[in-house]
Design a protein around this ligand. Structure first.
Ligand SMILES: [Zn+2]
Length: 362
């Protein structure tokens, strides 16, 4: 099953909001945003770091964003008579809207490239940041959704990936969910985000370089060969079904990290077929339940959809979901300290085969 209709409206400050409706819900479009909102914030800046050949976004306006509001003032709950939230309708299934405090935006003035020094060009933060609400239930969680709702979320992400990929200047579309205050969420309501980046992020750069070198050296495809090798080895597999395999990467960086890989190599979420989209939910929900069962309490996690880039290098990219937690024991979190933060060199305290064995046993 998939969403039956898609209704787009504009919020008071011009931002776009899209309802993905599972049943007929044309009434939602008739509710308008009655708030008085300030105009969009100024553009963020992208500053080039010549020492590591990377871009850094500087978005000072994000310091004022809402921080852990109570449920009767939640901007992601449906609006009520007493409180106007970001969502004007009194109910919704899945809803997506532009972030009020975006790191990147396509509604800003694209000023010309300037420079701080001869070595440091500065560009406007062109791109787009959207918020995805998975359910209108403030106290729910992604892991408590039905497989049918997960399918709606996947379809919404496919819709947004396809559309945001067409924005001039966008290099990669990245849907993700941060879950838990330990990760730094500022809103408890179950939601994810989508970043449309104007540059290819460092981790994607590294993956594209690795795939290109592997192809040059062996003539093979790195994604296909890695998945086949993990399926053959078996020891790091957590769960699988006809279309997806969930496994702990052999060189996992995080105490608990699982890769959800489609058996057919595809570029991005829009390229998943019906059967693959339907099969994703049951397996992912199974893995999330194992995560929550690990220490008998909700696991803080980051869930990250890696997709092929929009431009050069697209043929080397591939879709997979990276799920990982910073919790390494019931009362211990892994912090990114000296080696990880300063040098980018990870030290993992949990052996990946042991992590997979534990997750399988739950
Ligand atoms: Zn809420």
């Amino acid at each position: 099953m998939t969403f039956t209709s898609r209704t787009a409206i504009r919020l008071a400050d011009g931002r776009e909001l899209i309802y993905f409706n599972e049943a007929d819900a044309s009434h939602r479009a008739s509710f308008t945003d009655k708030r008085e909102l300030p105009p969009p914030p100024p553009a963020s800046q992208l500053r080039y770091d010549p020492l590591v050949d990377e871009w850094v976004a500087v978005a000072a306006h994000r310091q004022t964003r809402t921080f852990l509001p109570p449920s009767d003032a939640c901007p992601l709950c449906p609006s009520t008579a007493a409180f106007s939230s970001e969502i004007p309708a009194p109910d919704y299934d899945v809803v997506v809207f532009e972030n009020q405090f975006p790191s990147f935006s396509d509604r800003i003035k694209a000023d010309e490239v300037t420079s701080l020094t001869d070595l440091v060009p500065v560009r406007p933060g062109i791109g787009r940041c959207e918020v995805v609400c998975f359910t209108s239930d403030h106290n729910s969680a992604f892991g408590a959704l039905t497989p049918a709702r997960v399918r709606t979320v996947v379809d919404a992400l496919a819709d947004r990936t396809a559309e945001m990929s067409t924005i001039t200047g966008v290099a990669q579309v990245f849907p993700f969910e941060n879950r838990g205050v330990e990760i730094g969420v500022t809103l408890h309501h179950p939601h994810g985000q989508i970043y449309a980046y104007p540059t290819v992020p460092p981790r994607t750069q590294a993956m594209l370089g690795a795939a290109a070198r592997y192809r040059a050296r062996t003539g093979g495809d790195l994604y296909t060969d890695t998945l086949a090798a993990e399926q053959k080895a078996g020891v790091r597999i957590v769960a699988a079904n006809e279309h997806w395999t969930a496994y702990v990467p052999a060189a996992a960086r995080w105490p608990y990290e699982v890769q959800l890989a489609p058996h057919r190599k595809v570029a991005d979420i829009p390229a998943l077929n019906d059967a693959e989209r339907d099969a994703f939910g049951p397996l992912y929900l199974d893995v999330l339940r194992r995560f929550d069962a690990l220490f008998g309490k909700p696991m803080p996690y980051i869930s990250a959809w890696h997709q092929a880039v929009v431009g050069e290098g697209r043929d080397l990219g591939y879709l997979h979901l990276q799920l990982f937690s910073i919790r390494r024991a019931a009362d211990k979190l892994k912090y990114l300290a000296g080696s990880e933060s300063a040098m980018g060199a990870f030290v993992n305290d949990v052996v990946p085969e042991k992590a997979a064995e534990t997750l399988r046993s739950l």
